[in-house]
Design a protein around this ligand. Structure first.
Ligand SMILES: Cc1cc2nc3c(=O)[nH]c(=O)nc-3n(C[C@H](O)[C@H](O)[C@H](O)COP(=O)(O)OP(=O)(O)OC[C@H]3O[C@@H](n4cnc5c(N)ncnc54)[C@H](O)[C@@H]3O)c2cc1C
Length: 390
């Protein structure tokens, strides 16, 4: 049996572990943190990753712990509806820590190694078979050797920086703040994803379970900034003071406010693998969160890569010889078109959504009013497409 290691126990790494397990392939996960969890915020999943979680038998847990989302609602800052969009298939929004629990509860605990921060890898040779392997170096001084390394260590990936130093982070010069509140969305908005765009600022909110909602607020800002936890709430209330409705209430009734710079890894074509090492999720194709698709694509990567590995292992001769380069090229070929289109559209969508110009704002309101339903259906169909796995 080939020894497979996964670096990173986030949504991408744990999804990969679950998909490998589903196909009877052994693995070990190495996570830098002392526990498997995620910061207090929500994550939206579209129909394709939900479908994958159903293949893994995790969809019921997901539905029970999250909130069903049946549509989106574009509003102006006075909370007047511009356009309602009904989704053809349910999406789910869930607290990130709950999603991590669902993914990790399904994996034997001895397969997960915590406090293991990988900082370097090296090719090594199996002394018995002569086959090429990968040696992982951790910052506690330990090492581990594997036949196949799956890297899922996020946008700041240490291993990507080592293997592909030419890939840099692209910042959009926007800051996004996130928080969870026990305030609920009113009436039938409880199943909707609310979007408000106003002259460079953006406010979004959505339910994450039967008791709580999740909000995001965006404005222009240079990367690398820090908030003062004592004043950030007042600053955001001031920034969004002219927004009516529940924006202020949501911000006011939030304990922890999290700050992120909007960024991706650019829209250019790149390799997703080198030698016996392959990447999934943000580590190789992080996207701006404008379409709420980064985690969705990490889950789709996980499913596709596990299927490609399974196919290759089943076809391998009795010696167990496989050609990782071929397997990973197959995986990248299947996934790349969809993912890089999402990266591209998400970046452009951000340009429109976050435009400061009143003329562009007026245009986007008009666009939402007039955009034919079939165009949105087509977009949704493309997002939900899993046929590249066939
Ligand atoms: C504001 C915001 C909102 C978003 N909303 C959505 C949404 O609604 N829907 C959606 O689909 N996506 C959303 N995303 C994107 C989503 O969060 C990411 O795409 C997703 O978390 C990527 O998962 P990942 O496992 O690839 O990386 P990460 O989540 O970054 O996980 C990486 C893991 O690797 C570990 N790690 C890092 N370095 C090392 C190391 N050297 N050694 C060992 N372990 C390491 C980390 O501790 C972490 O556990 C959003 C992103 C942002 C910023």
């Amino acid at each position: 049996m080939k020894k497979i290691a996964i670096i990173g126990g986030g949504i991408g790494g744990l999804s990969t572990a679950n998909c490998l397990q589903h196909h009877g392939i052994d693995f070990d996960v190495f996570e830098q943190a002392p526990e498997l969890t995620e910061i207090g915020a929500g994550v939206g999943l579209s129909a394709a990753p939900i479908q994958i979680l159903s293949y893994l038998g995790l969809d019921k847990k997901l539905m029970a712990a999250g909130a069903p989302i049946s549509g989106a609602c574009m509003m102006d800052k006075h909370f007047h509806i511009i356009r309602q969009i009904n989704l053809s298939r349910l999406n789910v929004c869930i607290h990130r820590a709950r999603l991590i629990d669902i993914l990790s509860e399904n994996i034997p605990s001895e397969k997960v190694h915590l406090n293991k921060k990988a900082f370097k890898i090296e090719d090594s040779t199996n002394s018995t078979t002569g086959a090429t392997q990968v040696k992982i170096y951790f910052d506690d001084g330990s090492t581990s050797v594997c036949d196949v390394l799956i890297v899922a260590d996020g946008i700041n990936s240490a291993i990507r920086r080592q293997l592909f130093p030419e890939i840099g982070i692209r910042f959009s010069n926007h800051v996004i703040w996130r928080g969870i509140t026990t305030q609920r969305l009113p009436g039938d908005l409880v199943e909707k994803f609310i979007e408000i765009w106003d002259r460079g600022r953006r406010f979004l909110c959505i339910s994450i379970d039967s008791d709580r909602s999740f909000w995001l607020a965006l404005d222009r800002g240079k990367p690398g900034g820090k908030d003062n936890p004592d004043t950030i709430k007042q600053e955001l209330l001031h920034k969004f003071a002219d927004f009516d409705g529940f924006a202020g209430e949501f911000i006011r009734n939030t304990e922890n406010i999290i700050r992120n710079d909007l960024a991706d890894l650019g829209g250019f074509t790149r390799d997703w693998h080198k030698g016996n090492v392959v990447f999934v999720g943000d580590s190789i194709h992080a996207t701006t969160p404008n379409l709420a698709q980064g985690a969705c694509q990490a889950i789709e990567d996980a499913w596709c890569l596990a299927k490609c590995l399974k196919k290759a292992f089943d076809a391998a001769p009795a010696s167990g010889t496989i050609n990782p380069g071929e397997i990973f090229a197959d995986y990248q070929k299947r996934r790349e078109k969809k993912v890089m289109e999402i990266v591209r559209i998400s970046w452009l969508f951000g340009k429109l959504a976050h435009a400061k110009s009143p003329a562009v704002n007026a245009f986007s309101r008009l666009m939402w009013r007039l955009l034919p339903s079939f165009v949105m259906r087509k977009q949704e169909k493309q997002l939900n497409d899993l046929s590249y796995n066939d």
